[in-house]
Design a binder for this molecule. Structure first.
Ligand code: CA
Ligand code: CA
Ligand code: CA
Length: 334
């Protein structure tokens, strides 16, 4: 969220993956210089008897001026979202089981998990939580009111009948003061990105599940050369509107797009050693990438300005507190 996005303040990024007590919060001070991050806190075991993957996001959910952490479960975690207070390291609220079960699946496999992001979608000063479904089931987005933990809105992206995973991001793409909802389509088809207006999603009279989400659509476009994309949103050119940061599943590339036109702004090739797909997080003028499954965990942080990408930090393997080479399932950053 914007509270953590100022160039004059430290940037916080939460990191999540597989395992117990492996959710460090990386704090980068002094934007513009190369740094090793400070590990601020770790909430430890989030769910009893669940040792699978977590995905993560950050935002000031309770509007106390301190950035809070959002964790979303992976396969077998009951489709759980847990919001942890950044000031006290306690749970603010949590929800679970909001998406349909996978047809024909049993046990933990029936709930393959979800993706999380934050934005103040209804512009009340509390960051809200955007949740996208993962796995082979109808693509769906749920938006939870940060202040109350109650459902604000839900809709189905990518057109009627879509079943792809829904990677999510939040940011004010059109600059109207309402956080907008960004979705990136998972693998298995064209790499589609859609942007929905927070103002239109939460307008009076749309408190029932949104049957025609296209009425709130600001922009939809297909990312050329992609097969599955991760998304983030932040203001990259200081114009008061969030650009879209897109990480590719099928190549070591991260790109920035104009969220209202869908036009490509800039691309950074991460090189052949960066494997497993590119998970992304962003703050104003900063992009973080994390490696996906099948390789030892890697995180890189870039400062971005005017088409120039400057590497501020590169963390691999044991340099990421709480992770080591045994974690081959990849990391999530937010
Ligand atoms: Ca807070
Ligand atoms: Ca809100
Ligand atoms: Ca907006």
């Amino acid at each position: 969220m914007s509270q953590a996005a100022s160039a004059t303040n430290p940037a916080f990024f939460a990191v999540a993956g597989v395992g117990v007590n492996t959710r460090p919060v990386l704090e980068f001070r002094d934007p513009g210089v190369n740094v090793t991050p400070v590990v601020k806190t770790s909430p430890g075991q989030l769910l009893p008897n669940y040792f699978g993957e977590w995905r993560t996001a950050t935002g000031d959910i309770n509007a106390d001026g301190v950035v809070d952490y959002v964790y979303g479960s992976g396969l077998g975690g009951g489709d759980t979202v847990i919001v942890v207070d950044g000031a006290r390291n306690t749970v603010i609220w949590q929800v679970a089981g909001m998406f349909p079960l996978v047809a024909g699946a049993t046990g933990g496999a029936a709930r393959p998990g979800l993706f999380v992001a934050t934005a103040d979608v209804n512009s009340d000063g509390f960051a809200d939580v955007i949740v996208g479904s993962a796995g082979n089931r109808p693509s769906q987005v749920m938006i939870y009111n940060g202040r109350r933990g109650t459902l604000l809105q839900s809709f189905q992206p990518f057109g009627v009948g879509a079943r792809a995973g829904v990677r999510v991001a939040g940011g004010d793409v059109d600059g109207d003061g309402y956080g907008d909802v960004v979705v990136g389509r998972g693998p298995g088809g064209a790499a589609r990105v859609e942007v929905y207006s927070g103002r239109l999603l939460t307008a009076k009279g749309t408190t029932v599940p949104l049957q025609q989400p296209q009425t709130a659509l600001l922009k939809a476009f297909t990312v050329l050369g992609g097969n599955g994309v991760f998304v983030a949103a932040a203001d990259m050119n200081r114009d008061g509107r969030a650009e879209l940061v897109v990480g590719f599943d099928n190549k070591p590339t991260v790109s920035i797009y104009n969220g209202l036109t869908g036009s490509l702004v800039s691309t950074r090739n991460l090189g052949p050693t960066f494997k497993g797909g590119v998970r992304v997080a962003a703050r104003a003028g900063q992009v973080m990438v994390a490696s996906g499954a099948g390789t030892s965990p890697t995180i890189q942080l870039f400062a971005y300005a005017g088409g120039v990408w400057t590497e501020r930090s590169s963390l691999t393997n044991g340099k990421i507190s709480g992770f080591n080479g045994k974690n081959t399932r990849g990391l999530f950053v937010g």
